[in-house]
Design a protein around this ligand. Structure first.
Ligand SMILES: [Zn+2]
Length: 464
C-alpha cells in the first residue's frame, strides 16, 4: 500500500492524503488551502484523477479538511464520501457558506479588475458554486462512530471521536493483503480534554502507522478556569462602563462554546443576564445541528439539557438570522453582548457592529480566536488606529481584550498525552498540519522515545 501526502505538509491547511492499495484508491480529507502563499494550489488539477478515487473519508467539516470536495466532485469523483452523522448535517451548511463567499469574492474581483483595467493571476470565477455543493452532497454517506465499515475485501475503516469539533473523527484503517495486516490511524485534528460540550479525544494503544496533526506541537493553552475568569471581567467591566461587548465569532464550535460559558456564568450569578445576540445565520444553523445531535455531546452538557438548562436557550438570548434583525441590535439602549461573524473580522455582520462601537470607550471588543496576519482583527489587536471598516476610517477608542484558551486543537501536552497512550511504538509516525517549529518540537519529543518519525513534503509518497 502507498500513502501519499497531498496537503497539510509543513503547513496548516489543505489536509489531504491518498491511500493506494493497488486495487483501490481512497482519500482522507480534501481540504482547501487558506494560507495565502498556497492558495494557488486550490486552482491546480488534483495530483490524482478524481474519477480514479473510490472513496473519500472525511475527518471533520472545517474547510481546511473539506473545502475542496465540491471541486473534486465537479472534476469527476463519483464515489462515496464517508462521514459521521453530525458531519453529514453540518457539511452542506459549511460548504454552501464557502461557495457563497467564493461567488461574492469572484464577482467583487471581476468588478474591481474591470474598473482598474487589469487581469488577475486566476480567472475571476468562483472556485466552486452553490450548485457544485448541491451536487457533491448526493455522495454523502453517514457512518456511525465505532463500527468497522468494509470498503472492499482488503480494507476496513472505523471512525472514532476526535473531540475537536462536533462530528470530528480520527480514522482507523485496517488493510489485509498478501503482505499481512497493517493498521493506520489518521488523527485528523486532535481535540482537547475536559472541554465544554464535546467528549474527550479517543486514545489508541496500537497502530502500525500514525498520521498525526501537530498544530500546537510547541505550545500549551491557557486553562479553562482562566477563560471563565476573563470572560467575567470582560462582561462586568463593560456593563459598569455602560457599553457593548462585541465578539467576532467563528460559526462552528466557538459560538456554541461561548453560549455555554455565558449561560453557565449567568446561571451562577457571576454575570448579569444581558441581552445576548448571536447574529450569524450560519452559527444559528450550526447551533440547531448541535441541538439535534445531543447524543454526540458530553455527559455534562446532556445533564444541562435534562435539567432544562440548555446552553443554547437562556433568558435574554436572541438568535438573529435576518439582516433587519441585525440592524435593530444597534437601536437597543444599555449593555448587550453581540456575537457575529466573521471570526477574524474579514467580512460579515461583525463589521457593522464594530463600526457602531469602535469609537465608544465604554464598549469592548473581545477577541476569542486566532487572528491571522493581515486581518482587521490582527490589526486592532496590534494597536492600529485609525482602521478602515466598510470603506470608512475610524479611530479605535473602544477597549480591546483577548481571551486565549478557546482553541479546538490539542495543545502540546495533549498531543504528548495522545502519543503516550500507545503501548508499543508504531512503525512510523508522520507529522502533518503544523508549521516548522511545531513539527520540529513534536518530532524531537517522538524521537526521544526512539520512535520513527517524519514530516513529509508535498506529494511525498511512502510504501506501508
Ligand atoms: Zn479542524
Amino acid at each position: 500500500m502507498k500513502l501519499q501526502f497531498l496537503g497539510a505538509t509543513r503547513q496548516v491547511t489543505g489536509s489531504s492524503y491518498l491511500l493506494d492499495t493497488g486495487k483501490m484508491k481512497f482519500l482522507i480529507d480534501c481540504g482547501l488551502y487558506q494560507e495565502r502563499e498556497y492558495t494557488y494550489r486550490n486552482w491546480q488539477d488534483f495530483p490524482v484523477f478524481p474519477n480514479e478515487i473510490q472513496y473519500l473519508l472525511l475527518t471533520h467539516v472545517h474547510l481546511d479538511h473539506s473545502g475542496l470536495i465540491p471541486k473534486l466532485v465537479r472534476e469527476g469523483f463519483s464515489g462515496d464520501i464517508l462521514l459521521t452523522p453530525p458531519s453529514r448535517q453540518m457539511l452542506p451548511i459549511v460548504l454552501s457558506d464557502s461557495a457563497r463567499n467564493l461567488e461574492e469574492d469572484a464577482a467583487f474581483k471581476k468588478r474591481r479588475h474591470e474598473r482598474e483595467g487589469k487581469r488577475g493571476t486566476h480567472p475571476e470565477v468562483p472556485l466552486y458554486t452553490v450548485q457544485d455543493v448541491e451536487n457533491c452532497c448526493t455522495c454523502l454517506k453517514e457512518v456511525p462512530y465505532g463500527d468497522f465499515i468494509q470498503l472492499d475485501n482488503q480494507v476496513r475503516v472505523c471512525f472514532h471521536d476526535a473531540g475537536h469539533i462536533l462530528g470530528s473523527a480520527m480514522i482507523e484503517i485496517m488493510l489485509d493483503d498478501e503482505d499481512g495486516r497493517r493498521s493506520i490511524i489518521f488523527s485528523g485534528d486532535v481535540g482537547q480534554w475536559n472541554k465544554p460540550l464535546l467528549n474527550d479525544p479517543s486514545l489508541f494503544e496500537q497502530a502500525d502507522y500514525v498520521v498525526m496533526e501537530s498544530t500546537y506541537g510547541d505550545r500549551d493553552h491557557e486553562d479553562s478556569q482562566t477563560v471563565d475568569e476573563r470572560l467575567c471581567v470582560a462582561v462586568n467591566e463593560t456593563v459598569k462602563a455602560g457599553g457593548n461587548l462585541v465578539i467576532p465569532t467563528f460559526a462552528i464550535e466557538r459560538a456554541q462554546e461561548l453560549l455555554f460559558h455565558f449561560s453557565r456564568l449567568a446561571r451562577a450569578g457571576k454575570i448579569p443576564y444581558l441581552m445576548t445576540f448571536l447574529d450569524s445565520r450560519m452559527a444559528i444553523e450550526i447551533t440547531k445541528v448541535f441541538e439535534r445531535c445531543l447524543q454526540y455531546l458530553n455527559k455534562e452538557t446532556l445533564e444541562l439539557f435534562r435539567e432544562n438548562q440548555s446552553p443554547f436557550d437562556y433568558p435574554r438570548l436572541k438568535l438573529v438570522a435576518s439582516v433587519e434583525g441585525s440592524k435593530a441590535i444597534n437601536l437597543i439602549k444599555g449593555s448587550s453582548i453581540i456575537m457575529a461573524g466573521s471570526g477574524m473580522i474579514t467580512g460579515g455582520r461583525i463589521k457593522h457592529h464594530l463600526a457602531q462601537n469602535i469609537t465608544r470607550p465604554e464598549s469592548t471588543l473581545l477577541i476569542v480566536g486566532y487572528q491571522a496576519a493581515g486581518t482587521l482583527g490582527r490589526q486592532i489587536l496590534q494597536g492600529a488606529t485609525p482602521v478602515r471598516i466598510l470603506g470608512q476610517s475610524y479611530p479605535v477608542r473602544m477597549n480591546v481584550m483577548q481571551v486565549e484558551g478557546f482553541s479546538a486543537h490539542a495543545d502540546m501536552s495533549d498531543l504528548h498525552r495522545w502519543l503516550n497512550n500507545f503501548k508499543s511504538p508504531p512503525k512510523h509516525v508522520f507529522l502533518t498540519h503544523g508549521e516548522d517549529e511545531a513539527i520540529q518540537n513534536l518530532s524531537n519529543f517522538i524521537r526521544s522515545e526512539n520512535w520513527q518519525v517524519s514530516a513529509p513534503m508535498y506529494k511525498e509518497e511512502y510504501a506501508l
